[in-house]
Write a protein that binds this ligand. Structure first.
Ligand code: MD3
Ligand code: FE
Length: 223
C-alpha cells in the first residue's frame, strides 16, 4: 500500500520542477504552490465582474440533482450541465448571451502555469469558475467533455482551503489527498489527464479576500 501511494504521488525529489517552484504529483501533474498569490486580488475582482453578468448558479446533473458547487464561465465556451447532459456551449443558458470574455490576466496565468509544468502553447478557450460555500463538494469524476485529451487543464484555487483527492483511471484504488490553498495552481495533462479527482466538503471559515467561500478556476481547451 505504501508503495502504491508513493507511485501515485511520484514525488522523488530528484527532479527540479519549474525551477524549484513546482511539486510533481504524477508524471503529468504539477502543483505550483502560491503561483497565483500576487494576482489573486485582481482575479477575485474579475470573478465579481463576471458574476454580475453571468451569475453563479447550481446546475442540475443529468439525473436532475442540483450540484452543491455553484458555477459560471468566461471565455468563448462554457461548461454546462442540465437534464440533457454535460457539454460546452458559447452561450449562457440562463441569459442566452455569450459568456463574458476571459480576462487577459486569466489567460496569461493559465498559459504561464502550463508552460512551467511543461505544456508549451496552452491557449484555453473555456474557463469554468466553481464557487464552493461551506459544505459544497465535488464527487470523484473525470473531465472528459473536451475534444482533445492531449491538452492539459490548469486549475487555480482562491479563498478557503479544500481537501483535494486524486485517484487513478478508475474510481477504486489508492487516492492521493492533498490540501489546496489560496493561490495554488495545479496543472495536469498527458498520462494524468483522465485521472479521477474530487473535492471533499469545504469546512466553514473566513478568508480575507473571498469571505466564506472558495473559488476554483479551471482553464480548458474544449475544442
Ligand atoms: C484532474 N474542479 O471543475 S480541479 C472541475 O477544485 C474540478 O473545483 C476541482 O474538478 C475544483 O472539473 C478540482 C483540480 C485537479 C487537479 C488535478 C487533477 C483536477 C485533476 C489531476 C488529474 C485529473
Ligand atoms: Fe474535474
Amino acid at each position: 500500500m505504501q508503495q502504491d501511494l508513493f507511485s501515485l504521488a511520484d514525488d522523488s525529489g530528484l527532479e527540479a520542477v519549474a525551477g524549484g517552484r513546482g511539486r510533481r504529483l504524477g508524471s503529468g501533474t504539477v502543483l505550483l504552490p502560491g503561483l497565483a498569490l500576487a494576482e489573486a486580488p485582481n482575479l477575485v475582482a474579475e470573478i465579481g465582474s463576471i458574476a454580475r453578468v453571468a451569475p453563479f448558479r447550481n446546475m442540475l446533473t443529468p439525473g436532475g440533482q442540483a450540484m452543491s458547487v455553484a458555477m459560471t464561465n468566461c471565455g468563448p465556451l462554457g461548461w454546462v450541465s442540465d437534464r440533457a447532459g454535460y457539454r460546452y456551449q458559447a452561450n449562457d443558458p440562463d441569459s442566452g448571451q455569450p459568456w463574458p470574455a476571459m480576462p487577459a490576466a486569466f489567460g496569461q496565468l493559465a498559459s504561464a502555469a502550463a508552460a512551467l509544468a511543461g505544456f508549451a502553447d496552452f491557449v484555453p478557450d473555456a474557463c469554468l469558475i466553481n464557487r464552493y460555500l461551506p459544505g459544497a463538494r465535488m464527487s470523484l469524476h473525470q473531465d472528459r467533455d473536451e475534444r482533445d485529451f492531449s491538452q492539459p487543464i490548469v486549475s487555480v484555487s482562491l479563498g478557503l482551503s479544500a481537501n483535494f483527492q486524486l485517484a487513478g483511471e478508475t474510481r477504486s484504488g489508492p487516492r492521493l489527498r492533498l490540501p489546496l490553498v489560496h493561490g495554488d495552481v495545479l496543472v495536469w495533462g498527458g498520462p494524468d489527464r483522465l485521472r479521477f479527482h474530487g473535492v471533499q466538503s469545504i469546512a466553514a471559515g473566513e478568508h480575507p479576500l473571498t469571505g466564506a467561500c472558495r473559488y476554483n478556476l479551471t482553464f480548458r481547451r474544449a475544442t
